[in-house]
Design a protein around this ligand. Structure first.
Ligand SMILES: [Fe+2]
Length: 497
């Protein structure tokens, strides 16, 4: 990634937070106030507990460090996005629905500052004018009256909440959603509008994208629930759309993530397909169809003809990394037996080894730990990597029947030795841990893991940093946050010059 903010910009930002929150210091006076949460509740486990959205947008400076210390060398911001519906949903399917909310922790000179804001999408504006939810679920859409949209807005039957990821690319901060347009944000978390990538209309791209290690180009995925065409956009380091290549699948297919190597785009498509006709007879819009099999496409970056590989069905939401090794392509990812978070065997970390010449692949499991949200040191993306970091769940978490995507332990997979280092956070909920490279570091694991935690008993959240070389030793810094941070999806560390 390339970051353009100057030290003065960042100082102005942290100073502005300090000005807003002068005297507020920290949160004990805020804890438990009902105004933090939305004014509704739900029986849906993915809208309850620490999934219950928060309503309050706030700032706090010089947060209290309750354990350890924040490395003074870290200058930048950890931002994390997640589904945070403001209004009680008409129907809800985690993790496909919601309004985006960014939670940000700014680090400078060993101090931490916090800010959270909704992503001000057109969909959220429509519901705010209506005073209630008007969109159905991504999986069960409902008719939305076009009269609810302003002339400047494009009427849509499906919400774009821009809640899945937040990245920095081409000097822009982008809040990403699934298979639709994305929203540009400022460092202060103001919403600028839909991003056009140097073109005359908003660009459609998925929540996950990959950087080429040599060119700095960003490869972004665009799929559609209407057509079986999958597009891959190449955006140059200035953030301008440079080219697009397409491949065809048998049916419109959900593809949440993909892999980039030095020479290939690797599309790994499990048969989670969209069926518009099924909706008309009351069946789910998004279906798991194992009879269609697995389709893998190796798309050469030089414009050559794709190689297709077929196999037994599985599903993958997320890939840690992929790279070329001799004549093979190696992919480390989280394997789901099938689409659907609450069904099938627990998702586990596996290595896929693809043989392009034989048009075949094999799978090997690293462990039986239930996991998701795999991350690597992103500076090594698309290059050979050894370590993958991911959360898992143990009995130490005292939450009855935790739903999917609730974890309390962080794992470090050493894919060379097969060893797994772990740190059990006990009765603390955690999610994805983003990698924070140590400035000047050279080893792949020379850096930190950054994540939000939540104490379910106290309903209080923290920001934690672990030394990626020694995660078993636990956090090197625990920072108390001014309000509960709900379970989210993806975040990233954006270093500052
Ligand atoms: Fe994702």
């Amino acid at each position: 990634m390339h970051f353009t903010a100057t030290r003065r910009d960042f100082h102005q930002l942290t100073s502005s937070i300090a000005a807003v929150t002068a005297g507020a210091h920290l949160p004990s006076a805020w804890a438990g106030k009902p105004s933090v949460d939305v004014d509704w509740t739900s029986d849906d486990p993915h809208l309850s507990g620490n999934f219950l959205p928060v309503m309050r947008e706030t700032d706090a400076s010089n947060l209290k460090v309750t354990h350890g210390r924040i490395p003074a060398e870290l200058r930048g911001v950890y931002m994390r996005n997640g589904p945070n519906p403001q209004f009680k949903p008409l129907s809800f399917a985690y993790p496909l629905d919601g309004d985006g909310m960014i939670h940000a922790v700014y680090l400078e000179d060993g101090k931490a500052h916090y800010r959270n804001r909704f992503v001000q999408t057109s969909s959220l504006a429509v519901e705010r004018r209506a005073g209630s939810a008007v969109f159905g679920s991504f999986t069960r859409p409902v008719h939305v009256d076009p009269a609810l949209f302003l002339p400047s807005e494009t009427p849509s039957q499906i919400k774009n909440g821009a809640f899945v990821n937040i990245i920095q690319f081409g000097g822009k901060l982008l809040a990403l959603n699934e298979a639709t347009t994305c929203y540009e944000m400022t460092e202060q978390l103001q919403t600028v509008g839909q991003w056009k990538a140097g073109t005359d209309q908003p660009i459609r791209m998925g929540a996950h994208n990959r950087h080429h290690p040599r060119t700095g180009d960003l490869y972004a995925l665009e799929y559609s629930w209407r057509t079986p065409t999958v597009k891959f956009h190449r955006l140059n380091p200035a953030g301008v759309l440079a080219s697009t290549v397409s491949v065809e699948l048998p049916m419109p297919t959900m593809i949440h993530d993909f892999i980039l190597t030095e020479r290939y785009i690797v599309l790994i498509a499990g048969p989670a397909v969209f069926d518009v006709e099924a909706v008309k007879v009351g069946k789910p819009f998004l279906q798991w169809r194992p009879d269609l099999g697995m389709r893998i496409a190796l798309v050469p970056l030089d414009g050559g003809t794709p190689t297709w590989i077929k196999g037994e069905s599985f599903f993958a939401f997320h890939f840690g990394n992929g790279f070329e090794r001799g004549n093979e392509i190696v992919v480390d990812f989280v394997h789901h037996e099938k689409f659907g978070l609450e069904s099938g065997a627990p998702p586990t970390m596996r290595r896929m080894t693809i043989d392009p010449l034989r048009r075949s692949f094999s799978l090997a499991k690293f462990s039986d730990d239930r996991t998701e949200f795999p991350r690597i040191n992103h500076l090594h993306e698309a290059l050979p990597t050894r370590y993958v970091y991911a959360p898992t769940l143990t009995d130490s978490l005292k939450v009855p029947n935790p739903p999917s995507a609730v974890f309390n332990t962080l794992l470090k997979f050493d894919t060379e030795t097969g060893k797994i280092a772990r740190h059990d956070l006990g009765n603390q909920i955690v999610g994805e841990a983003a990698f924070v490279p140590r400035p000047g570091g050279t080893r792949e694991d020379d850096g930190y893991l950054a994540a939000f935690t939540c104490d379910p008993a106290r309903r209080r959240s923290s920001f934690v940093l672990l030394d990626a070389r020694r995660i078993h030793e636990g956090p090197i810094a625990v920072v108390e946050l001014p309000q509960r941070v709900p379970q989210g999806l993806h975040g990233n560390w954006m270093a500052k010059a």
